[in-house]
Design a protein around this ligand. Structure first.
Ligand SMILES: [Zn+2]
Length: 380
């Protein structure tokens, strides 16, 4: 992780860089900010910068052997402690970070912004209470008693110290206050109210604000390939929490398929009573979800064209969606695919212009119903 991998936060990056350059790195720091922000990512970028053998004024080089090791989270002088629980294969008494290290590395490399529940799902914690145990604190002290192998510093990153058992926290007080020479503690927390005041008072607090709406949008567009309009709308709803943004993006995608399929069925059989009832459901959906439904419909029309042209090798569909589009495209002609696409495109833009969503949904449903009526007359 380099500083440049994190969007924004220029002044914070400068502050961290300055502490390294001026050789004034606080020996115990608390990277503190709400969940869904770049707390851990920032700690990793800071660590890479500290260890880098060829750093620039602004960032680590990303290429020296220290950077390569840091990018894989395998630098011998960087240690991690994080909450774990027992699993099917690891009993509670043996549940300490080192037993989960390879899963942890993959998890963080895949998604450095994830959270405790994401981690719990990832390593198969079976929803047991996560914990940083007393035994873990002994392990931390043992690790730090060794001299650095390669770098000048030994760095101990404790992710989510709010999960520390009080006995573990108490056992660490002394070493956090007076660490061995060239040792840096970085505690990465989402909630200082759950930390012992004795721990808090021994650390220098680095406040990390949530992502801005603009930064969330950029992340969604650049790193998750979400369409710009949708990214903008999602960013607006999530208070700078990237995990929430991604959850929302996935949710509206899944719902869209189910809903579009049922909607088309109702339009086809001409169940106007049910369609009228559906307007309430549509009205209750967020603007993002409404637009996503129409956008999803448009992508299905593109898929129908592909199916009609017998070019299924170009299709990106699988499973249920593929089965649906194979059947759906059989009743459509090129002309009708174009007509439905036009209706959906117009509807998408009407949402943008804040049209009354009940009236809009009903009128779009009727237009599609009429198109299906024409198709039925042709094929009767
Ligand atoms: Zn480097």
């Amino acid at each position: 992780m380099k500083f440049s991998d994190i969007i924004g936060y220029d002044s914070l990056k400068k502050q961290l860089i300055q502490s390294v350059v001026s050789d004034q790195i606080a020996h115990a720091q608390l990277f503190l900010g709400p969940e869904g922000g770049p707390n851990l990512a920032m700690a990793l970028a800071f660590t890479s910068f500290i260890n880098c053998k060829n750093r620039t004024d602004y960032d680590s080089c990303g290429e020296c052997d220290a950077c390569i090791k840091n990018s894989k989270l395998v630098h011998p002088d960087v240690h991690f402690a994080f909450p774990v629980s027992s699993t099917k294969n690891i009993p509670a008494k043996d549940a300490i970070s080192v037993k989960f290290l390879s899963e942890w590395r993959n998890f963080v490399i895949q998604d450095p912004y994830s959270n405790a529940s994401g981690w719990n799902n990832y390593f198969g914690g079976e929803n047991k209470q996560l914990n940083i145990s007393r035994q873990e604190s002994r392990e931390i002290i043992r690790n730090l008693s060794l001299k650095p192998f390669e770098g000048h510093y030994k760095i101990m990153i404790i992710w989510l110290p709010e999960y520390m058992h009080p006995a573990a926290a108490n056992a660490l007080l002394k070493i956090i206050e007076e660490p061995p020479p060239n040792t840096i503690f970085i505690l990465v927390s989402n909630d200082e109210t759950k930390l012992l005041s004795t721990i808090l008072s021994r650390t220098q607090i680095i406040q990390i604000r949530p992502f801005s709406d603009e930064e969330i949008k950029e992340l969604l567009v650049n790193q998750h390939f979400i369409d710009e309009d949708k990214a903008g709308q999602i960013a607006h709803l999530v208070d700078g929490n990237i995990n929430e943004a991604l959850r929302l993006a996935r949710e509206v995608e899944d719902d869209s398929h189910r809903m579009f399929r049922e909607w088309m069925r109702l339009c086809y059989i001409g169940d106007l009573i049910k369609l009228t009832n559906w307007t309430d459901q549509f009205n209750a959906m967020s603007k993002v979800a409404q637009q996503t439904l129409f956008q999803y419909g448009l992508s299905m029309m593109r898929e129908a064209l592909i199916a009609k042209n017998n070019e299924m090798n170009l299709s990106r569909l699988m499973g249920e969606e593929l089965e649906f589009i194979k059947k759906f495209s059989q009743i459509l002609t090129f002309e009708y695919i174009e007509q439905i696409s036009k209706v959906l495109t117009e509807a998408f833009h009407h949402i943008e212009r804040n049209a009354n969503s009940k009236i809009l949904f009903l009128s779009v449903s009727l237009k599609i119903f009429e198109i299906f009526q024409k198709i039925k007359m042709l094929t009767a």
